[in-house]
Design a protein around this ligand. Structure first.
Ligand SMILES: Cc1ncc(COP(=O)(O)O)c(C=O)c1O
Length: 390
């Protein structure tokens, strides 16, 4: 007989807020079962397929028996390939500082576990990627939220850190560019916050999962400023490999050996055949595909933003990269959750309420992921316009 009774679960489970977008996802599923054409702009993953050469390499790897544990740091050829990729961008990151991880998620968990003691706090921008607080809680630490707004691209500033940080704030996490805004940390602030971390003996983690999906040629990796911090990378978004669960962590020299030891204990290794397959990411065809997709995302951004503005949506600033736009709908609706639920029910357009990313912002923000081709985006805009104005 199945029973739902058991010992009390860990307190941290009680603090996990629901994903409000799941209500949108639920309605979308129901509508699709009824044959409604749903336009998905809610999911945080690219709509492009994984490059054919990566898939071929995975099949070869599986047939060749590459199904066992690998070196805990990741296979050497993949770490070398990443190191060479950084070299091609003018950055000198030796492969022995690169740890292959189970997605950026594995990299974030590893970085927090390596840097932050139970009882310490992590300085984090609000709004943020909603999984980040969970990684922090998993290592027994707390989040110290730094409220941000449109005036600073929803990124924290040195002035705020100086004013708010206390001795128990041991780590700062930045996302460059960020989810849900697609906005990067301005170069000067990045330099200043990096120096502040060094001078005050705090760890810095920069999530650069969207850095290669940047539309601004001047936007560089934080590693061009300093290599004294942790940088989280991923094959998920730029290489369209969300389901392969593969990422990497660039570890600062002072933490390499200890962090790699911890990675071995936490994960043993990242999926072996996915690591073999990812070698093909750095070949001509895959890099060409990835670049084509990046440029397509830029075109979609440029198509979407003026049209959203013309419809009365307020866009804080043009996103620097990724595939999200964070939009203030206060001139149109006062409750984004209700707006998203009604929009999906009446039009079949699925978007994400902003409260999934922030508890402090007014509930009038939404995130639109432009993870659909241009014709579908235009169709979504048309349906939204009819919903708002008819
Ligand atoms: C900012 C940010 N960091 C990390 C992740 C996790 O990515 P991965 O699929 O590589 O684990 C995501 C996924 O959406 C994200 O938006």
């Amino acid at each position: 007989m199945r029973s739902t009774k058991g010992p009390a679960l860990a307190n941290r489970l009680q603090a996990i807020p629901p994903f409000h977008v799941m209500e949108v996802v639920r309605i979308a599923e129901e509508l699709e079962l009824q044959g409604v054409d749903v336009i998905h702009l809610e999911v945080g993953e690219p709509d492009f397929p994984t490059s054919a050469s990566v898939i071929d390499r995975a099949c070869e790897a599986l047939r060749a028996g590459k199904t066992r544990y690998t070196d805990a740091r990741g296979i050497k050829p993949l770490r070398d390939a990443l190191s060479n990729w950084y070299v091609s961008k003018g950055l000198d990151i030796p492969s022995d500082r690169i740890q292959i991880t189970v997605g950026a998620s594995g990299g974030l968990l590893l970085a927090f576990a390596a840097t932050t003691n139970p009882g310490s706090r992590v300085l984090m921008a609000d709004p943020a990627y909603p999984c980040n607080p969970r990684f922090v809680e998993a290592v027994g630490a707390d989040v110290h939220w730094i409220k941000t707004d449109v005036t600073t691209q929803f990124q924290p500033t040195l002035a705020q850190l100086r004013e708010k940080a206390t001795d128990i704030d041991r780590t700062l996490i930045l996302a460059h560019p960020a989810n849900p805004t697609g906005q990067a940390v301005p170069q000067v602030e990045l330099e200043q916050m990096s120096k502040w971390c060094q001078h005050t003996n705090r760890h810095l983690i920069v999530d650069e999962i969207y850095q290669n999906l940047s539309f601004n040629d001047a936007l560089t990796s934080s590693l061009a400023i300093s290599d004294w911090h942790f940088v989280v990378g991923s094959f998920s978004k730029y290489f369209n490999m969300t389901g392969w669960r593969l990422g990497w962590l660039v570890i600062p020299e002072y933490a390499v050996e200890a962090t790699q030891r911890l990675a071995q204990h936490l994960f043993i290794c990242a999926p072996s055949f996915a690591q073999e397959a990812a070698l093909a990411c750095f070949e001509h065809d895959s890099l060409r595909d990835a670049e084509t997709h990046r440029l397509e995302l830029k075109e979609r951004r440029d198509l979407l933003i003026p049209r959203l503005e013309a419809m009365g949506f307020k866009i804080a600033a043009e996103p620097d990269g990724a595939f999200y736009v964070f939009v203030d709908i206060s001139d149109i609706a006062k409750d984004s959750q209700q707006f998203c639920a009604e929009l999906i029910c009446k039009t079949g357009v699925a978007i994400t309420p902003g409260i999934d990313f922030s508890e402090s912002l007014p509930p009038t923000w939404i995130r639109i992921a432009y993870t659909q081709p241009a014709d579908r985006l235009l169709e979504a805009l048309e349906r939204m316009a009819r919903f708002i104005y008819d």
